[in-house]
Design a protein around this ligand. Structure first.
Ligand code: PEP
Length: 249
């Protein structure tokens, strides 16, 4: 049976106390859930949340990572530091990193390769803006992000990469892509992966959908053949919305 990957991105929300309390609630309410689960608290709460999650079925994720192992990089958090606090998955290329903080495919690719080199799993986010979609540039944008983000990533490392298709116009707006639209873009991603790697890699890569996933639309999205999970922002901030998404079936 297909095992979905349901991940929560807490963004810049939750003090340590709030994060610990939500993580403890999720640990209890998601016990026995058979999906692959991950939550990504802010950096300041990683250690405390990692302690709460130890021995549970929920992986500890980070929302970003610096592109260097160590050095004079004020304000950055390195892959070694993430591993030190028990992080096993890192979200890279989130649209807020791309569009608010100016990250390009080249920088994201350096992070992707470094994370994989150090044994982490990566969720590589891709997605078009409304302007790009309306200009008919959807496939060109997705292809460029995939080719750029995965440059130099070997096929043997690809099993530790999850793609998250997150149309920028659907993130935090309450406006999700229809399951049919999302499925079509996921199918396109598989075609690109087949060209870059192989048919087998294209068939087996996990592709999450992200963008206003809620308890009410999760099952319909997950029912689509090319959708293998969800990257959830706003609705991951409360157990009452994240738990029913993770337990969508
Ligand atoms: C996200 O931050 O990755 C996201 C998809 O946000 P939201 O679920 O709030 O749209």
């Amino acid at each position: 049976m297909k095992r979905y990957f349901i991940a929560g991105n807490w963004k810049m929300y939750k003090t340590i106390g709030e994060a610990v309390s939500l993580a403890a609630d999720l640990r209890e309410k998601l016990a026995g859930c058979g999906e692959k689960l991950m939550i990504a608290p802010p950096f300041t709460a990683l250690k405390a949340v990692g302690d709460v999650l130890a021995g549970s079925n929920i992986l500890l994720g980070a929302q970003n990572m610096g592109p260097e192992e160590l050095g004079a990089h004020t304000g950055e958090v390195s892959v070694l530091m993430l591993k030190d606090v028990g992080v096993s998955v890192v979200i890279l290329g989130h649209s807020e990193r791309r569009h608010t903080y100016g990250e390009n495919d080249q920088l994201i690719n350096r992070k992707v390769r470094l994370a994989l080199q150090h044994g982490l799993e990566v969720i590589l986010c891709i997605g078009e803006t409304l302007e790009e979609r309306e200009a008919g540039r959807l496939e060109e944008v997705i292809r460029t992000q995939l080719e750029g983000g995965l440059a130099g990533v070997g096929i043997e490392q690809l099993s530790r990469v999850t793609l998250a298709y997150e149309p920028v116009w659907a993130i935090g707006t309450g406006r999700n892509a229809t399951p049919e639209d999302a499925d079509a873009v996921h199918a396109f991603c598989r075609r690109v992966i087949a060209q870059l790697y192989s048919q087998e890699a294209a068939a087996s890569i996990t592709i999450q959908y992200g963008g206003s996933v809620k308890p009410e639309n999760a099952a319909a999205l997950m029912a689509k053949p090319n959708i293998d999970g969800a990257l959830v922002g706003g609705a991951s901030l409360k157990a009452e919305s994240f738990v029913p998404i993770a337990r969508f079936r």
